[in-house]
Design a protein around this ligand. Structure first.
Ligand SMILES: Cc1ncc(C[n+]2csc(CCOP(=O)(O)OP(=O)(O)O)c2C)c(N)n1
Ligand SMILES: [Mg+2]
Length: 364
């Protein structure tokens, strides 16, 4: 199959910090793994994520989305690429800028918008808005807000897989800001000691709220993986196929009993921390530089070069999102008298179910 992966491999880290633990493995092989349909699905997931978030932002500005609104504009490749490499039986701990992971696992656009609008038809049935959701029946854990505790949740799940002798892995995303927290080190240490089947995806988007990287750490966090006895690798987080390939290799390693991997996906938070934030603290030139590396443009160009009709796909997705918005806006609000239902588990807890896998390698 035609591929253009020369530019898709691991890169040096921004700001010229020291070399990463390993960099070579993520390069050059994604094209051998992906069919044209796979590559289109990757673009589709990113377009859906961007389109849904843009639609939701406009609903937020109309006062229809309660709470705040967080998006992952410009970072779509990180959740899309990593989730695409995961099998149905794998488990995902999804963070606030990773909508494409929910989409890939099988959450429909209408359910996502219903979630944001606080409707009964949403994933948490109107109990939360834009951040702490995950469909356990699709093998996803809703976000724990204390960052990065999802690393500990994923590590715990991986521990269970190891103890039960199951061939699967857990994957979680977390931000650069999380890497200065104790939980990051605790999770990495235990995962390293136990050689657990877990994939840690560090979404390095240059800022933690208003704090830039050089005020966060003196050592590139990806180098810390070595200190805990496992592989750290840096990948271009705006190249969806490179992220996929890094996650695929990490999963293979996890399943082979070779332990965890820390993947640093370099990207940029192109919008403010949340809808209220005008990000005046971010230099405009920095944003414009990253705009040239837009992950959707990049995948679109790849597919257009293969003769694929990207405009047709964009039109289909626009229509799909409009239909989803109509459906979500027409959905009822939850019944207020049930507000305290489901706070405590009063029955046997339901185990997490399997998700949907889109990568053709997992096709039955
Ligand atoms: C332990 C903890 N401290 C503070 C917060 C508040 N908070 C939410 S998101 C955020 C910024 C996180 O930055 P980063 O980890 O880089 O992720 P990004 O938002 O850039 O994706 C902060 C400080 C939190 N959720 N948890
Ligand atoms: Mg960040």
């Amino acid at each position: 199959m035609v591929t253009d992966m020369a530019e898709a491999g691991a890169t040096a880290t921004a700001g010229g910090r020291g070399p990463t633990a390993t960099t070579g493995e993520t390069a050059a092989t994604a094209g051998e793994q992906l069919t044209l349909d796979d590559r289109v699905w990757l673009l589709r997931a990113m377009l859906l994520m961007r389109g849904l978030e843009e639609r939701a932002m406009s609903l937020y500005r109309q006062g229809k989305v309660p709470g705040s609104f967080y998006d992952g504009y410009g970072q779509e490749a990180v959740s899309a690429g990593a989730a695409f490499a995961m099998a149905p039986q794998d488990r995902l701990c999804v963070l606030h800028r990773d909508l494409a992971a929910h989409i890939i696992r099988g959450v429909t656009p209408a359910r996502i918008l219903a979630q944001y609008l606080g409707r009964e038809a949403g994933i948490t049935r109107g109990r939360d808005g834009n951040v702490h959701f995950g469909d356990p029946r699709l093998g996803c854990v809703g976000m724990v807000s204390m960052l990065p505790d999802m690393m500990l949740v994923a590590t715990g799940m991986a521990m269970a897989f190891k103890l039960r002798g199951e061939r699967r892995c857990a994957l979680t995303w977390f931000g650069d800001g999380s890497t200065s927290r104790g939980d990051f080190h605790e999770a990495m240490n235990w995962a390293g000691v136990q050689r657990l089947p877990v994939v840690f995806v560090l979404e390095n988007n240059q800022y933690a709220y208003s704090t830039p990287l050089d005020k966060q750490f003196a050592v590139n966090p990806v180098e810390r993986a070595v200190a805990y006895g496992f592989v750290g690798t840096t990948v271009d987080g705006n190249d969806v196929e490179a992220v996929f390939e890094a996650a695929r290799v990490a999963r293979e390693r996890a399943l082979a009993g070779e332990g965890p991997t820390l993947i640093e996906a370099e990207t940029m938070r192109m919008h403010g921390h949340a809808a209220h934030d005008d990000m005046k603290y971010v230099p405009k030139e920095q944003v414009e530089q990253w705009r040239k590396r837009d992950p959707i443009d990049r995948q679109s160009s790849r597919l257009a070069a293969l003769g694929f009709d990207v405009e047709q796909l964009r039109a289909e997705i626009r229509a799909e999102i409009e239909a989803a918005a109509e459906q979500a806006l027409a959905a009822p609000m939850p019944d207020g008298s049930t507000a305290t239902a489901g706070v405590f588990c009063q029955c046997r807890a339901e185990p997490l179910g399997d998700g949907v896998a889109r990568w053709s390698a997992f096709a039955p």
